[in-house]
Design a protein around this ligand. Structure first.
Ligand code: HDE
Length: 705
């Protein structure tokens, strides 16, 4: 058996080794029946794939050199109570490897979760790009990593922050990375300011607090002095900053890209991911509570949904603009990454769909070691001169050299292209390939002149020969980058009343956490230049005067697509709690469980104790382990015999979640007449009412209780 190692059953396609291994792998010896790995279950109760990639391969524990071991629990000592001997190679190898298990976390986007999937093109993009993976019916394996930006690797998921949305397409023409965010604008217009915004957002350098938050003086100091951050900050303060789930987020390429079609014609485009489940958010108090009760909330949600077969899906779309010398559209500078083009002006045209259908097998190997780069482009997709994108094209490889310990991280399984690689890059730390030949240079005659150049008709990536205007060297930005307010006003005024209220609360909360009066006042001035009502509400909350605007406020047409409220969406995968106790009618509780399950939602029975209700209905949570924030809606089949059930009901009401009760449970809401509080005739009625309410995500008409 030479070259390619055998496929391990159950290995996702993305993990299949693509490069020849340095040595020919040898199958482990056949295990004796009593040495088989035990059949197991995962944390969520599904069977562990013991024979596949999840298993420890082979029957015997060995050293890294393959020597079989009889003991790994005792170090080699001079007698049972004596000192450890330096000759204990196994001890030193085990501890040394452990000592070096951690690698530096990402300088930003350190906290993330990822999944494998597949992207299927519908062919609509072929008029604008020759990229093979966007041709009709093409199916491409993908790996997607979602992340927060500011927090460290162990920080909580539901913080107020931007979310990364990075997708690796393993295309046949090389890897294409779409390294985007869930917010379509960025804080800065030039990459040289990235260290400034990140230093301002990260914890204070003296005490290293606060972790994973923007509610502190250095962040607001910077953004109040640096008004080009106003648009992104507004998006952060909106509900977009606290997504309900990675599955319910939009994704944006942010920059404008240039596409090239078969005829050599170019278009400018912005990429959008549209989640099939809609865009939904948490409410702020709920998010804060989640960070205590379940800091892994988003990570767990993604993995559980995929494990349960509720595969999240996104449509990929593009806004297409003519590639004119000005690179503007309807007066909007397409090279300014703090601006959007409203969807009403340029509709998002869907070019394919992505489904995430497999969890990573090993977090470190895949989620931690994956390396994205906006410069990973394929034939038919090129960059523009957006000064933020230009700087990013330098930064990613640079940071990965340190983070992944040298220049060969492209050989790590998750980073290996699925297209053949023939790159003449040689040697370096962690070189895994055993390259053949004597002439890793071009031109050569000793290796027969190999490898050869590809022509344009062989899917070669060709930098598009963009004509550059005559210019002089200078440190400057285009004048069109100077408008920092009008689109922010448009965003705010396109929101529904409830979303506007959330924005005002978020600014009031964050500025209320600042100590410096001047920072608050400076930020209020910025709000005055966006909207008088918003400024007045925040000023009142801070106990300060609302200043008058310093600019003339223009009124762009609202863009309804910016609001996430007012539509109905599929409810698959939503989590519905059922509060019951030993006095509840078990048949009815079971009927509720089945009705919820039948709607592809997740029923979780909450009871005073663990085990089974009446010996038959499995209990998922007790009043000790449950908290309202875990559920999208709650049903009550029993009254609040325990004060914690009362708290559950109160929080559910306060967070605008649907609730329903029947039978004895009706006692929970006696005298409460509010929208989304359903007095049902029985479990079927309760479940169908709650499912309908969930279609709009939350009962926003109910004022906070
Ligand atoms: Fe990044 N960014 N970024 N960024 N970015 C990184 O690369 C950087 C920006 C984004 O899940 C780093 O490998 C600069 C915009 C995502 O692994 C680093 C600038 C957008 C991820 C880096 C930006 C992003 C990163 C850190 C200003 C949305 C996580 C670790 C010019 C379009 C990818 C790494 C993952 C990660 C630099 C701005 C998205 C340091 C210099 C704008 C989703 O290279």
């Amino acid at each position: 058996m030479a070259g390619k190692p055998p496929k391990i059953p159950g290995t996702p396609a993305a993990l299949e080794p693509q490069l020849a291994e340095p040595t020919t792998p040898v199958d482990p010896p056949e295990a004796k029946p009593d040495q088989q790995a035990p059949a197991g279950v995962t944390a969520t109760g599904n069977p562990v794939d013991v024979d596949g990639a999840r298993a420890q391969s082979g029957a015997f524990l060995t050293t890294a050199q393959g020597a079989r071991l009889t003991d790994t629990d005792h170090s080699l000592k001079a007698g049972p109570r004596g000192p450890i001997l330096l000759q204990d190679h196994h001890f030193r190898e085990k501890i040394t490897h452990f000592d070096h298990e951690r690698i530096p976390e990402r300088v930003v986007h350190a906290r993330g979760a990822a999944a494998h999937g597949v992207f299927k093109a519908n062919g609509a993009a072929t008029t604008v790009t020759k990229a093979g993976f966007l041709k009709k019916g093409a199916e491409t394996p993908v790996f997607v990593r979602f992340s927060t930006v500011l927090g460290s690797r162990g920080s909580a998921d539901a913080v107020r922050d931007t979310r990364g949305f990075a997708t690796k397409f393993y295309t046949e023409e090389g890897t294409f990375d779409l390294v985007g965010n869930n917010i379509p604008v960025f804080f800065i217009q030039d990459a040289i300011k990235f260290p400034d915004i990140i230093h301002a957002g990260k914890p204070h350098p003296d005490r290293e607090i606060p972790q994973a938050q923007s509610a502190h003086d250095t962040f607001w100091d910077f953004v109040s002095l640096h008004t080009e951050a106003t648009a992104h900050t507004m998006w952060n303060m909106s509900d977009r900053g606290i997504p309900r789930s990675y599955r319910m987020m939009e994704g944006f390429g942010v920059h404008t890209f240039r596409l090239i079609n078969d005829a050599g014609e170019t278009s400018l485009v912005k990429f959008h991911w549209k989640p099939r489940l809609g865009v939904h958010s948490l409410v702020w108090e709920e998010a804060q509570m989640i960070n205590g009760f379940d800091p892994d909330y988003h990570r767990r949600d993604l993995a559980d949904a995929i494990e349960a077969g509720a595969y999240p899906e996104w449509d990929l779309g593009v806004q297409v603009f003519p590639d004119t010398p000005e690179q503007t559209f309807e007066g909007i500078d397409l090279l300014d990454p703090t601006k959007i083009v409203p969807e009403e002006l340029a509709p998002v045209q869907i070019i394919g769909t992505m489904v995430l259908n497999a969890n990573p097998t090993n977090f470190f190997a895949e989620t931690e070691q994956v390396a994205f780069h906006p410069g990973h482009l394929v034939s038919g997709i090129d960059v523009t001169d957006d000064p933020l994108l230009q700087g990013r094209l330098f930064s990613y490889l640079d940071t990965q050299l340190t983070r992944l310990g040298g220049p060969n991280f492209g050989q790590i399984p998750i980073n290996r292209p699925h297209a053949p690689v023939n790159d003449m890059l040689r040697d370096g730390f962690h070189q895994h390939a055993v390259h053949k030949g004597v002439a890793p240079y071009k031109p050569n005659s000793l290796d027969g002149g190999c490898p050869f150049f590809a022509g344009a008709d062989e899917d070669a990536f060709i930098d598009f020969p963009v004509e550059l205007p005559a210019a002089q060297k200078e440190r400057a930005a285009a004048r069109s980058f100077d408008d920092h307010y009008s689109q922010v006003r448009q965003f705010y005024r396109s929101l529904s009343e409830v979303e506007k209220a959330h924005v005002a609360e978020a600014y009031t909360f964050e500025l209320g956490k600042c100590y410096e009066q001047t920072i608050k006042e400076r930020q209020l001035q910025i709000l005055a230049n966006i909207d008088a009502d918003l400024c007045a509400t925040v000023a009142a909350g801070l106990g300060l005067e609302a200043p008058a605007p310093t600019i003339e406020l223009v009124d762009p047409a609202p863009s309804p697509a910016l609001s996430q409220v007012g539509k109905t969406w599929p409810v698959q995968g939503r989590i519905i709690g059922i509060v019951a106790d030993d006095t509840s009618d078990l048949g009815e509780v079971e009927a509720a469980v089945q009705a919820i399950d039948g709607a592809d939602c997740v029923p979780l029975v909450i009871a005073p104790h663990g085990g089974k209700l009446g010996g038959t209905v499995p209990i998922s949570r007790t009043f000790l382990t449950a908290r309202s924030v875990e559920f999208d809606a709650v049903l009550f089949a029993s009254p609040a015999l325990d004060p914690r059930a009362r708290i559950l009901a109160d929080e559910t009401l306060r967070h605008h979640k649907a609730v329903a009760a029947w039978g004895d449970g009706l006692a929970m809401f006696e005298g409460v007449a509010a929208p989304g509080v359903v007095s049902a005739t029985g479990p079927a009625d309760a479940v169908s009412a709650v499912l309908e309410l969930l279609g709009t995500h939350r009962v926003w008409e109910r004022t906070a209780m």
